[in-house]
Write a protein that binds this ligand. Sequence first.
Ligand code: DC
Length: 222
Amino acid sequence: MIIAIDGPSGAGKSTLGKLLAKKFGLLYLDTGAMYRAVGLAVLESGTSLDDADAVARIAADCNIELVGEPDHLQIILNGRDVSTEIRTNEVGQAASKVSTISEVRRILVDHQRELGLESKNGAVLDGRDIGSVVFPNADIKFFLTADAEARARRRFEEDLEKGRAVSFEHTFEEIKERDHRDATRSDSPLVRAAGAIEIDTSDLSLEEVFGKMIESVEKFKG
Ligand code: DC
């Protein structure tokens, strides 16, 4: 069983993806973390994020592994655990930039398909293009949305908790900038895939959204 979860940043994709994977015994693949790992590798190399050829070469040389259970997923870049480092806003912006480069997408999409198909019982993948490009034949597709302010509020609270918050306004501006780039890039922009179940999470609790998603999965399983 392949479950695709797409949507803009801060809509709850990763929290819900992890919960679903755990509940149904599936592999959880955080595809955004893979773009973030490439973004981090580019930042650390001192290469310009605008140099598409050099960025693509770095992506080709990156060995990215996702290790462990959904709720303790570790992101390993060239043998080093970068799970915490990739969560900064700076790396998020870098990820959004490298993700506009087609060659980077080709490399990561191939890797994501491989991991999804290799999984024993199936996988939950969260990202921007899972239901439209990576697994257009996914068994279930979700499209999670929420208004930009609600998403910025959640991201800001998360950043406060982790001690990396600047200000709400800063987070709000960053979310809007990333939304715009992710939805307007020419290769695989964020779209609601055909057949995707759309859930607006702005005014719903985590439990309510999770309940709706479980219902859809149970229905599919029959
Ligand atoms: O989900 P996230 O915030 O960790 O993703 C970081 C960036 O990676 C996001 O701004 C866009 C990009 N991304 C993508 O283009 N395609 C995906 N499947 C996942 C993420």
